[in-house]
Design a protein around this ligand. Structure first.
Ligand code: PLP
Length: 422
């Protein structure tokens, strides 16, 4: 299916761009590496004095490198490739997903502006919007349930500078309709930003659906091996790109390091292969969990029981590798379950080739007050899994170990209660 996805860049398909785009061998250098070298130099020799040297050119290309904070060839290769995969004209690579998000938002809003955000956002972005933008920068922020476009429409006014969305969200895998969000933003001359980390450009391309800007934590699927921290912003508007470039290079000096850029270039080569396997495994795990008596609910957009399954099929080319589920039992049952797992490692983060599991209430979403977690539906029995590319049968056998441990613990309690009665 997805192999026929055209992307526009050189009329090449996604798989081809993933492997080679942005890494043309440079025979003129006398070496011709087929992969981009890690350019560690902080500064570059220039030909001579040139009064036209354009320091304000925020996207210097080959031969125009001056200083690595401004532009670096390895980082530049990442930027070119991600722009091609997302279908945007410009990309900037940052030291983390968080720094991509803060620069993208800061370039779009001023004190006194208003932002409408999905209430079910990445925990760090939620805290950033409240404690940096609202409390320090005087930007009003409304959090709404964007799964219902009416709520977004009601919250958006002519003061609104930006709608900030994730779809699917973390950890409940709820969706918002990107085309609807773009229409609402347009009606108020606001921008629509989408954090596309969970699907990656292989499964979802928000710019094609009307978003103005897309960000990723490359730490997750784009790098894909849990061994590099990074972020990117992709967009097509020249002026907005110039503003973000200014913040990246001059306002904050926050750029992806050459070594990480090399890792991300390498990771991206297998992005389509990995995403296909993540999805296949996640679908099997989701179906297994959904039929299990010790599971109360499974949240995965690929399941027909997902309330927005049709929207998922409309706006995404697949359903991704992340799911969450609620165990039948309280915190103690959850503790027994995760302690018994061998393949799923108890850890935050997602998108790597290895399977991870985490407990949002005590880990990723612990900064949110308990009442807020309850309102969002993040219960103490909820677990989020990032399903890796191992054999799905081994993953299911691992989850079965967890359920066994839950059963043993309950039986132990029953036995104890009975013996107490004696
Ligand atoms: C991880 C993540 C981020 C933050 O990225 P870092 O690289 O950790 O700074 C932002 N958004 C989403 C959806 C994420 O999963």
């Amino acid at each position: 299916m997805s192999s026929e996805k055209p992307t526009g860049a050189d009329d090449k398909r996604f798989e081809t761009l993933s492997v080679t785009y942005g890494e043309e061998p440079d025979l003129a250098s006398g070496v011709g590496d087929v992969t981009s070298p890690i350019h560690l130099a902080s500064t570059y020799a220039v030909e001579g004095i040139d009064m036209d040297t354009a320091l304000e050119d925020l996207e210097p290309d080959d031969g125009e490198f001056l200083y690595t904070r401004l532009s670096n060839p390895t980082r530049h290769a990442v930027e070119k490739r991600v722009a091609a995969l997302e279908g945007g004209d410009h990309a900037m690579a940052f030291a983390s997903g968080t720094s991509a998000i803060v620069a993208t938002l800061m370039a779009a809003v001023e004190p006194g502006d208003h932002v409408v955000a999905f209430e079910d956002l990445y925990g760090g972005t939620n805290t950033m919007l409240k404690e940096l933008f609202r409390d320090k920068l005087n930007v009003a922020v409304d959090f709404v349930d964007a799964a219902d476009p009416e709520e977004v429409r009601e919250a958006t006014t002519d003061e609104t500078a930006m709608l900030w969305m994730e779809t699917p969200t973390n950890p409940l895998l709820r969706l918002c309709d990107i085309e609807e969000m773009a229409a609402i933003a347009d009606d108020h001359d606001a921008l629509l930003g989408v954090d596309n980390t969970f699907m990656g450009p292989y499964f979802q391309r928000p710019l094609e659906l009307g978003a103005d800007v897309v960000v990723h934590s490359t730490t997750k699927y784009i790098n894909g091996h849990s061994d590099s921290l990074g972020g990117v912003t992709v967009l097509s508007d020249d002026d907005y790109a110039q503003e973000i470039g200014f913040l990246q290079q001059v306002g904050m000096g926050n750029v992806m390091a050459p070594f990480d850029a090399y890792m991300v270039l390498r990771g991206m080569k297998t992005l389509p292969l990995r995403m296909r396997q993540h999805e296949k495994n996640a679908a099997e795990v989701a179906a297994y969990l959904e039929s299990h008596e010790l599971v109360d609910a499974v949240h995965y957009p690929g399941l027909e029981s997902h309330p927005q399954h049709d929207l998922a099929d409309e706006q995404m080319d697949g359903h991704g590798g992340v799911l969450s589920f609620e165990l039948a039992g309280g915190l103690e049952a959850v503790e027994h379950f995760v302690a018994a797992l061998e393949e799923f490692t108890l850890a935050v983060s997602l998108g790597g080739v290895e399977s991870l599991i985490e407990h949002p209430a005590s880990m990723t979403h612990s900064p949110l007050p308990a009442e807020e977690r309850a309102e969002l539906g993040i219960t103490d029995s909820l677990l989020r899994a990032s399903v890796g590319v191992e054999h799905p049968k081994d993953l299911i056998a691992d989850l079965e170990r967890g359920f066994e441990a839950m059963r043993d613990a309950t039986e132990g309690e029953v036995a104890e209660a009975t013996s107490d009665d004696d």
